[in-house]
Design a binder for this molecule. Structure first.
Ligand SMILES: CC(C)(COP(=O)(O)OP(=O)(O)OC[C@H]1O[C@@H](n2cnc3c(N)ncnc32)[C@H](O)[C@@H]1OP(=O)(O)O)[C@@H](O)C(=O)NCCC(=O)NCCS
Length: 173
């Protein structure tokens, strides 16, 4: 059975193992294979100005193994929005619904814990669009039409914004 539990600093090895199970993702969005400190960075990094308690790294655990991770930012870039920084499924657990389940659990978490949030937002980098765009569209995300220049060292691309409105009377949806 899959359970949602926050990924904390004591889980850094499990998180690093998940990241290294899928070197392709890092290569597509950075131009490099995963680095040894990527899990540590994922747990720590947050946009400037966002309070520490505004960041949650949630894990989907199956029989003690971390099979998916979702990085969530509360109130970013504005109060009623939460931003999905990353959703990644372990390389050996793809294609059997883990990603959709991880998203569903994360959405439930936001609805339950962050009542002011009405919109979920994320960015897809063009170099990763083949992996990510169809997945997010299946889950109800739509392009906002906004795009931003994306650069990571020598990798130059474009990131495109997607949003999903959380429905519910209490959220004004
Ligand atoms: C994208 C990712 C999360 C999908 O995880 P997954 O567990 O393989 O996806 P699921 O099995 O839950 O698929 C859910 C649905 O999305 C569809 N889907 C998944 N990947 C897709 C793709 N690349 N293109 C089109 N549809 C896709 C599936 O067919 C499935 O549809 P269905 O409900 O009709 O069967 C996974 O490939 C991953 O971790 N990629 C690397 C990280 C990444 O790119 N994350 C997204 C950017 S933040």
């Amino acid at each position: 059975m899959a359970v949602l539990r926050e990924v904390v600093s004591g889980d850094v090895d499990a998180l690093q193992e998940l990241i290294e199970s899928d070197p392709g993702y890092a290569e597509r969005v950075t131009g490099y294979p995963p680095g040894a400190a990527d899990a540590q960075s994922l747990l720590m990094m947050r946009p400037e100005g966002l309070a520490e308690e505004g960041k949650r790294v949630l894990g989907v655990w199956e029989e003690g193994q971390l099979v998916a991770v979702v990085d969530l930012l509360r109130g970013y870039p504005v109060g009623h929005t939460a931003f999905i920084g990353l959703l990644e499924v372990h390389g050996e657990h793809r294609g059997r619904g883990v990603g959709a389940a991880a998203y569903g659990l994360a959405e439930e978490y936001v609805v339950r814990e962050w009542p002011e949030v009405r919109t979920l937002r994320l960015a897809v980098v063009d170099t990763n669009a083949q992996q990510a765009q169809g997945f997010w569209e299946k889950l109800g995300f739509e392009s906002t039409g906004e795009s931003k220049a994306y650069e990571y060292d020598k990798l130059v691309s474009t990131s495109r914004l997607y949003e999903k409105q959380l429905l519910g009377e209490e959220r004004g949806g």
